[in-house]
Design a protein around this ligand. Structure first.
Ligand code: BGC
Ligand code: BGC
Length: 950
């Protein structure tokens, strides 16, 4: 981590971000930072009076227009800010006269940007100015701006001009043609239309002065209607100028000018508007706030990112989504990427589900574009655009000029053809929206079609490798864009497999719950039962490159054969590795722009599905994290790395702050292009899923917090299955309050009886088996054990059932013979000691006979809870059994310690976030924090000897 990134130049309080100095070299980055908005529009934080080099920007959700190379872009709309003050002939501007005092502040709680300036004019007049502005959250067509002017030491004559600027540009390109402009009783107005998309826009504004007598003049130079007045400002008296603005486009209403005029006429007083706006924000924060105690910059940084997310999500429409740079800059031209579904969406799914639904419904509306794309490439179904805008057709530029090279050849951007994981990413967003909200109607009417038609696409996109007898996906770009031409990208292949699993589930669900909708979709998408069989086949036989010797998932076929890299060798650096090595060369190296295999781990972490497990994560983390260009690669990386770092017990804070401060502190020197939306969404996920440790276990949300050392509290709420769940987390004390014992091989040696039962069965059936072979069966459930013993021999299901029953009968006979004498040495003493120390005790055994065994051992009254083979569905290494035991004890997972003799048991305990003690050889239980041979002479303190992270 580049520590310089953390040197702060903005200042922070719990709810504000502010600067106390005007720094002209940061002009454009700060314009991005001080963006205000309301989901309908966003306005960059440029100054009302203007400044050389300023890049004002107002973007209205969905107002796109054609542009060369990029197909379409979000259009810069008329600037509603201009407010010019001329003090005794001197025009107020920060590069003129002298700035005596300055403070600019974003009030995140109420969505109000303000600025206090004390300015001495070149002519020597001192005035105090207080500006504020907001884009109303209560009424998205309304914008408010106010300036209070006080002439400090003597009277001044002040001219005030308030305008609408009808000449906005997109980096030199003009999208607008002027239709008309004029004045009404309440003010002035402007009517424009975009050149190609022919979207009409109407904007109107009024100006009111209090504290002085005045009369307004209207001037109407083309494209720049202006209201002005000249007043005498007596020394010490404050004059207040209020500018109200209304804006509509033909996207929402037929006659936008009329709508703007009418709304302007009926607007209440500025303070009333402001109050309604503040009220709306208070309501939003009630649901979406995250409170952090003990770390002011993290608190402000997090709220800042959430604020940016909240002002960019469309509330009024489901026809558009959130662009990568939101409504705050020109970067990526207002195009929508996977950033929305994977990085941004969870915040909304869990705190503002109605907005999440809007975002996903946008994808539904763009399905036809996705179908056109699939067809163009010769595939079936729906293939979503890597970069999407209004129609869903692909708008990723095909060629771009190289950066900083006048003579270089244009670069082909392959993402449009090859970065196909987007279709599975969208399905992922849909699935978790549904899981979290149980919004069956939406799933029926929208979500299902998205998931199923993209599944159809996958089936036509995969290739069957006859030689290897497996499905493959060739010629793709994975999440890591440093490698542009790869095959069998593990991330893509596994996401496709996951996608088809969910598609089958959704299909079955529809058939059962909404058969007529199922039939309708079958016809529309040409789904057949044969196709379902092929989906199933693909799920079973798609190849996900993994190296079983090392436990590493291979990023793509051949990745491990590429040249290896030591990123340390390139430090200190201020550029991406792609810039350093070059576009073509970087393909030859094992260096990543952003998490790819680790991204897969992250996405599978919530449900703990393949390849996620604590141990696999650790191995892959150790390999891939040091090879990822996390500082100057993609800004999508740091938040995800922060979450995984916190999973593997490393310090996650530096990467978390890198994500949280990417725009505030401009750590990548590109904040001027607009807010990094994906990073903002990632910050929320890092707090909630990383530090908060929220996971989804047995259909419940559970939190295993691991807060940064200096955080004293973390509080947030999540909306899950129609209920709000409050999480009020404090630092987890390393105090162990409960011990969960596995039974077999730990407290008693029923492992021996299991062995003897299997041996007897094996002998009777004539299967080879031995004490040594039995070693591999420790902690393994009955069915899997039997299958392992059977090996290649073929038996019918009935025979298998019979053998399982027979083995169990043998075992039950043994169990009946168990007496307290069968407790292993040291066990009883330890149980007594724990009891005395007030430590709670549970049994966590996969065995269905656990309860009987405990009773026969005579320790039933020494244990507080039993989790056995009946308690949960998923067996170890899933964490479920231990989490269940902790729940029975009334303890958080972090307060529990597990004693186990099986590798899968240790893995389960680690996955549950519990302390671990392994009994037995290192080869078997070495993943545990403490390893002991057995319980002989073991005291409570011996279980705790490793340092535990707070
Ligand atoms: C991004 C791609 C994008 C391309 C064109 C690249 O910088 O990494 O994801 O598609 O620009 O916009
Ligand atoms: C990243 C992509 C991302 C895009 C837009 C690129 O630099 O590599 O993953 O979708 O930017 O943020």
């Amino acid at each position: 981590m580049n520590n310089q990134a953390l040197i702060q130049s903005l200042q922070y309080s719990d709810w504000t971000v502010y600067e106390t100095q005007f720094e002209p070299d940061k002009l454009q980055a700060r314009e991005t930072v001080f963006t205000v908005g309301n989901g309908y529009l966003g306005t960059r934080g440029s100054f009302e009076e203007g400044h050389p080099g300023a890049v004002p920007g107002t973007f209205i959700c969905g107002v796109y227009d054609d542009v060369p190379v990029f197909y379409t872009e979000l259009v810069n709309c008329p600037d509603w800010l201009p407010l010019v003050l001329i003090v005794d002939g001197d025009r107020f501007q920060l590069d003129q006269g002298e700035v005596l005092a300055y403070k600019r502040q974003m009030d995140l709680r109420y969505g109000i940007l303000s600025r206090e300036v004390q300015w001495r004019s070149p002519g020597g007049k001192t005035i105090n100015l207080t500006f504020e502005r907001f884009a109303s959250l209560a009424d998205e067509h309304v914008l408010g701006l106010r300036v209070q002017i006080t002439s400090v030491d003597c009277d001044s004559v002040i001219e005030i001009q308030s305008s609408l600027n009808g000449y906005p540009e997109n980096q030199g390109f003009s999208h607008w043609e002027r239709i008309d402009q004029g004045k009404t009783e309440s003010g002035i107005w402007l009517h424009l239309r975009t050149r190609s998309s022919r979207i009409e826009l109407g904007m109107a504004t009024s100006m009111t002065l209090t504290g002085v007598d005045s009369s307004l003049q209207v001037s109407n130079p083309p494209g720049y209607p202006t209201l002005s007045t000249t007043v005498l400002a007596p020394a010490g008296q404050t004059i207040t100028v209020e500018k109200q603005v209304t804006v509509f486009t033909s996207r929402e209403v037929e006659k936008p000018v009329q709508a703007a005029q009418e709304k302007l006429m009926t607007l209440p007083h500025y303070s009333t508007l402001r109050q309604a706006h503040q009220q709306a924000w208070a309501e939003v924060w009630q649901k979406s706030d995250v409170m952090i105690e003990g770390d002011r910059s993290a608190q402000a940084g997090v709220r800042y990112n959430l604020f940016q997310l909240l002002i960019s999500a469309p509330r009024h429409t489901d026809r558009f989504s959130i662009p990568a740079k939101m409504l705050s800059g020109f970067g990526y031209r207002g195009h929508v990427f996977w950033d929305t579904e994977i990085f941004i969406l969870p915040f909304f799914t869990f705190t503002q589900p109605a907005l999440a639904r809007n975002l996903l419904t946008y994808r539904y509306h763009t399905l036809n574009g996705a179908r056109r794309k699939a067809k163009h490439y010769g595939y079936k179904g729906a293939m979503f655009a890597w970069e999407s805008a209004e129609t869903g057709d692909e708008v990723t530029p095909r060629w771009l000029p190289p950066q900083n090279d006048l003579y270089g050849e244009d670069v082909r951007i392959w993402c449009r053809d090859r970065e196909i994981h987007i279709s599975a990413d969208i399905a992922y967003g849909v699935w978790y929206y549904w899981q979290a909200t149980e919004d069956d109607e939406w799933m029926r009417d929208y979500g299902a079609e998205i998931i199923l038609d993209t599944a159809v696409f996958w089936m036509s996109r995969v290739e069957w490798n006859t030689k290897e007898e497996r499905y493959e996906i060739r010629e793709v770009i994975g999440a890591d864009e440093y490698h542009e031409y790869v095959s069998n990208n593990a991330f893509t292949n596994r996401m496709v497999q996951w996608h088809l699993q969910k598609a089958l589930f959704v299909y079955d669900w529809l058939l059962q719950k909404f058969p007529s909708q199922a039939t309708a979709l079958e016809q529309k998408l040409q789904l057949t039962s044969e196709q379902r069989t092929r989906w199933q086949d693909l799920i079973t036989r798609i190849w996900i490159p993994t190296d079983s010797a090392t436990g590493l998932v291979e990023q793509f076929e051949g990745f491990f054969k590429l040249k290896d890299i030591q990123l340390k060798d390139y430090e200190p650096r201020h550029q991406s590795m792609q810039t350093i090595l070059g576009l073509a060369e970087i393909n030859q190296w094992q260096v990543l722009k952003q998490p790819d295999v680790l991204m897969l781990f992250y996405l599978m972490r919530f449900s703990q599905e393949f390849p996620y497990s604590k141990i696999a994560l650790q191995k892959n983390w150790n390999y891939y994290a040091p090879r990822t260009d996390i500082t100057y690669g993609s800004s999508l990386g740091p938040a995800i790395h922060a979450i995984l770092a916190s999973d593997v017990g490393e310090d996650a804070y530096p990467q978390f702050m890198q994500a949280a401060m990417v725009d505030l502190e401009d750590t990548r020197h590109n904040a001027a292009d607009g807010i990094h939306g994906a990073s903002a969404g990632g910050v929320w996920q890092a707090v909630v899923f990383g530090f908060g440790g929220v996971q989804w276990v047995e259909n419940q949300l559970v939190a295993q917090a691991h807060l940064p050392a200096h955080w004293t509290r973390l509080k947030f709420q999540l909306h899950w299955r129609n209920q709000w769940h409050e999480f009020d987390l404090r630092p987890t004390t390393p105090l162990i309050q409960g011990v969960i014992f596995d039974l077999d091989g730990v407290l008693t040696d029923t492992a021996e009886y299991h062995y003897q039962s299997w041996q007897r069965l094996a002998d009777e059936v004539g299967l080879p088996f031995s004490r040594q072979a039995n070693e591999a069966l420790r902690g393994v459930p009955r069915r899997e054990s039997l299958l392992a013993i059977i090996g290649d021999r073929v038996f019918s299901e009935d025979q298998i059932q019979e053998m399982m029953a027979r083995k169990n009968r043998f075992y039950e006979e043994f169990v009946q013979k168990i007496t307290p004498q069968d407790l292993l040495p040291g066990a009883l003493e330890l149980l007594k000691e724990l009891r005395q120390a007030g430590i709670k005790i549970a049994i966590g055994s996969a065995s269905k006979n656990a309860r009987t065994v405990v009773e026969r051992l005579g320790i039933a009254d020494r244990v507080d809870a039993i989790a056995d083979g009946y308690s949960v569905e998923r067996s170890k290494p899933a964490p479920d059994l231990f989490l269940y035991a902790a729940q029975q004890l009334g303890l958080s997972p972090a307060a529990c310690l597990v004693v186990e003799d099986a590798a899968s048991g240790i893995e389960a305990a680690l996955a549950a976030g519990m302390a671990t003690v392994g009994l037995g050889p290192h080869e078997r239980v070495g993943a545990a924090a403490v390893v002991l041979p057995n319980l002989i002479g073991v005291h409570f303190a011996d279980l705790l000897t490793t340092p535990q992270s707070a």
